[in-house]
Design a protein. Structure first.
Length: 312
């Protein structure tokens, strides 16, 4: 039995909520200054695990499609995200990332024929502003490379989200296999970069092993399966509006587990970002103007509409 729309949204939202715990786990349990190794351990074992469970490999054009999606959603996104987080002053990378709904709105118009409404754009701006109130700290020197990396990481994930919906899934292939393909492809792209930049893997103690297991299984394998499952059943705009839950979760975890204070301004920002996230589930993109073809076959058109509804 198919899950109801609210249940589907709630399950998809667990992905960014899980990603919001990454900072606390990384700082408290993992070796310092090994972001690429962490990205590799998150992606490749999770991908191989899902491939073993799904037992389905890509066929035909899906070899290159899976490689492209894996590069956009994982292989490029992870290193760029870490680079921006290390080079930008407190929280700015998260603010740029929270602009994802605006990126997706523009890409959806280009690739899916869905024109963003004024409500969508205003809600996206409200989400980014709310996140900025939560995560921005004292200003530091703005690093150009860090800013470009933050923009590129947001653009990469946004493009991957829209293409995932545009291409759908091959017939008979579920979200588990599609997620495994992307994580494996992304992990294989990160592996040589991690070895080149950071060298051999570090020695791991018990807490580090536990932290990496959590990141690989719950934070990546399960979270990305829920995320791509949601992309297949919700609109790209609805899914990306769940993204601000990640920095908000990080702030709550920092307050509850790490003793970090939350100021009144941050609480206002949380309320604004959460409101935008909820509102984002009700925005409806407008279809672009469609071309009219003469002598259309009604039976064929009805079947095509049904197939498209099933694919979504």
């Amino acid at each position: 039995m198919a899950a109801s729309r609210p249940a589907l949204i709630a399950l998809t939202a667990l992905a960014p909520v899980s990603w919001g715990t990454t900072y606390a786990v990384t700082t408290e349990f993992l070796p310092a200054d090994r972001p690429l190794f962490t990205a590799l351990v998150r992606a490749l074992p999770a991908g191989l695990l899902l491939l073993a469970l799904a037992r389905v490999l890509p066929r035909g054009a899906w070899w290159w499609k899976a490689a492209v999606l894996g590069a956009l959603n994982i292989g490029a996104f992870f290193p760029l995200l870490f680079l921006s987080a290390y080079r930008l002053p407190g929280g700015l990378a998260a603010v740029v990332g929270s602009a994802g709904p605006l990126f997706v709105a523009g890409l959806s118009a280009l690739l899916l024929g869905q024109r963003p409404s004024a409500r969508t754009l205003l809600t996206g701006v409200a989400a980014a502003f709310g996140v900025s109130l939560v995560v921005l700290r004292a200003a530091g020197q703005l690093d150009t490379l860090g800013l470009l990396a933050a923009l590129a990481s947001t653009a990469s994930m946004s493009t991957g989200t829209v293409l995932t919906q545009r291409w759908g899934r091959p017939e008979g292939v579920g979200p588990l296999a599609l997620t495994g393909w992307q994580l494996t492809a992304g992990g294989l792209l990160i592996a040589p970069l991690a070895l080149l930049v950071e060298g051999a893997p570090p020695a791991l103690d018990g807490p580090a092993v536990g932290g990496y297991l959590y990141l690989a299984v719950a934070n990546t394998a399960v979270a990305y399966w829920l995320w791509f499952r949601g992309i297949g059943r919700l609109t790209a705009t609805q899914v990306t509006f769940l993204g601000p839950l990640s920095p908000l979760t990080a702030a709550v975890v920092g307050w509850a587990a790490l003793g970090q204070a939350l100021t009144p301004v941050q609480l206002v920002g949380m309320g604004l970002a959460l409101g935008a996230t909820v509102a984002g589930q009700f925005v409806t993109p407008r279809k672009a103007r469609t071309l009219r073809f003469p002598e259309r076959n009604t039976r064929t058109d009805a079947k095509g509409a049904t197939d498209e509804a099933l694919r979504r």
